[in-house]
Structures are given as structure tokens and as C-alpha cells.
Write a protein that binds this ligand. Sequence first.
Ligand code: IMP
Ligand code: MG
Length: 174
Amino acid sequence: MSEHIRVLLSEKEVDARIQAIGEQISRDYEGKQVHLVCVLKGGSFFMCELAKRITLPVSLDFMSVSSYGKDTKSSGVVKIVKDLDESIKDKDVLVVEDIVDSGRTLSYLLEMLRDRGPKSLRLCTLLDKPDRRVVDVKVDYTGFEIPDAFVVGYGLDYDQRYRNLPYIGVVEFD
Ligand code: IMP
Ligand code: MG
């Protein structure tokens, strides 16, 4: 079976939206330092582009998580594969994600980070599939709400491929 990618959001559209979110964040956090926490690997492309468009002092950290087991409909308990390098205590933390789907991963992650005592904790996601939500997650900044389709590009993968596409596409099978 072969597959092809149909463009859902062009490079130009994604860039323009990230610029707008960067400006919004710069206004909302005025006078503060924003500590961006990237969820690897998917969030990395978005985080770099977003960071460049925030006009305030920015620091960065990375973490990597994976769901326990192969079942994607698992309990939502996630394993920390790589933890943050630095403490987030008393920092204004903004978690940067590629996509919120069921919400399981993020809801667990946000609860865990909240326990570490950040001054504030918000969530920014490039994509949101609200129709797929199982666990309620408060998203503070959303790039695009998209329909329930499997998407790739801008950090998102299908079997580890397509992360490098500079646009968001839907995987279609021929
Ligand atoms: P959640 O816990 O169901 O919200 O899972 C979110 C994670 O599933 C994301 O961080 C992605 O790694 C992955 N994911 C969900 N939907 C897609 C998609 O359409 N394409 C690629 N990865 C996805
Ligand atoms: Mg992700």
C-alpha cells in the first residue's frame, strides 16, 4: 500500500499563524521571562519557530514522554523518557506541543509539572483535534483546530517519517 500527503495547511498559513501566536504571547507575558518546555520530538519544530517570534527573554527546556504499553487507548499514564534539565519552580512555564488529540498525554503531563511549583503553567499547541478529546485539557494557545484526520509535517510523524515537511498534510492511502 502506498501513501501520499495532501496539504491541509500550507507553509505560508502555518508561518503566519505562528507569527500571530508569538505576538500574542509577547503581549501576554510582557515584563516576564517565558520558559518554553518542548515535548519531544513532535513539538520541536513548532517550538523553534515560535521562540524566534517571541520578543521577550526566552529560556528553553525539553522533555520526552511515551505512553505505557502499545495500546493508544491506555490509562493515560505516561513514562518520562527524558526529564527536564532544569527546575521549573517559580518560572512562567509554557508547554509547547505539536498536537492535542485525546488529551491523555497532556493532562497527565500538566498535572505532573504543576506539582513542581511553577509560577504559572500554560499550554500552547500548534494543532488541536477537539472531536477526539477524551480527557479535558485547557489549551491556552492554539494554532489551528483541525478535523479528525491523521496529519504529518512540522514535527508530526507517521512511523517516524515526514516530520521535516514545512507544512501540515493529511496522510492518504492509495
Ligand atoms: P493524546 O494523548 O491522544 O492527546 O496524544 C497526543 C500525541 O499523539 C501527540 O503528541 C502526537 O505525538 C500523537 N498524535 C496524535 N494525533 C496525531 C496525528 O494526527 N499525527 C501524528 N501524531 C499524532
Ligand atoms: Mg506530541
